[in-house]
Design a protein around this ligand. Structure first.
Ligand SMILES: Cc1cc2nc3c(=O)[nH]c(=O)nc-3n(C[C@H](O)[C@H](O)[C@H](O)COP(=O)(O)O)c2cc1C
Length: 231
């Protein structure tokens, strides 16, 4: 299997370590790992040139390195510490910088066969909403199988997590890895519904432009082809 891990932080704290345990439980695989902001240290400038042509984005090359790995992966793992009850700012910047991958723009058919896990830790509260920022993105990317793991760890670093909680985390990661390995993927009703709404929008010329409509046409999605069938 091919796995891409995107860490919404440069440091190797609790969240990173939980992701690492998960990757370890998935066995021998080709793993691509990225750290944000180290590997994409930019904010979207709002120029929207990517809507016309993604290679016009000033940060295209850095994004491409990450998204090429994402596209060829079977499993995507996202980790983010909970910051002010949301995903980390570098992870949010990454989400913004990849917005053309959303079904509202130019979704990639490879996404419709992927599995993903999203991990966040908080000292106390907010991991759920930090995770939601990413699971929502994955839904709009078309990824049909997404598992999340949010944990209040009552600590600010990995070293200070209580041993019994670490033991629980180890067990949870073994179980999550088993699910990720064994589950079958199929595009569910939510994915298909969003896709059909976006398709209708493109058909009616209500998308972001001609380039986008042409893309949908080329994929055959304005006719009978569907990305989850091609996958
Ligand atoms: C900028 C910042 C904001 C934070 N916001 C929250 C928060 O909203 N809720 C919470 O429970 N913990 C919050 N924390 C604590 C971290 O989420 C928590 O310690 C987390 O486990 C850190 O993960 P890491 O070891 O991977 O960095 C915050 C920490 C920082 C540095």
């Amino acid at each position: 299997m091919i796995i891409t891990v995107i860490n919404g932080q440069n440091h190797k704290g609790s969240t990173y370590n939980i992701g690492k345990i998960l990757v370890g439980n998935l066995g021998e695989n080709e793993v691509h790992e990225f750290f944000l902001p180290r590997d994409l240290n930019h904010f979207c400038t709002g120029c929207c040139s990517c809507i016309k042509d993604e290679s016009l984005c000033p940060f295209f090359e850095e994004k491409k390195r990450i998204m090429d790995a994402v596209e060829k992966s079977d499993i995507l793992i996202f980790t983010t510490p909970t910051y002010c009850m949301r995903t980390s700012a570098p992870m949010k910047a990454f989400i913004d910088l990849t917005f053309t991958y959303w079904m509202s723009h130019k979704p990639r058919s490879s996404m419709f066969s992927k599995k993903a896990a999203v991990i966040s830790t908080a000292a106390g509260a907010g991991a759920g909403s930090a995770i939601k920022d990413i699971t929502n993105t994955l839904l709009y990317w078309g990824v049909p199988y997404v598992k999340s793991y949010g944990k209040a760890i009552q600590a600010t670093d990995w070293e200070h997590i209580k041993p019994e909680l670490k033991e629980k985390i180890n067990k949870d990661m073994a179980a999550l890895a088993k699910k990720l390995r064994n589950s079958k993927v199929h595009a569910g009703i939510k994915t298909r519904f969003i896709f059909s709404m976006m398709r209708m929008m493109q058909q009616k010329g209500m998308g972001a432009g001609e380039e986008e409509r042409n893309y949908w046409q080329e994929q055959g999605w304005l006719d009978k082809t569907r990305p989850w069938k091609a996958a």
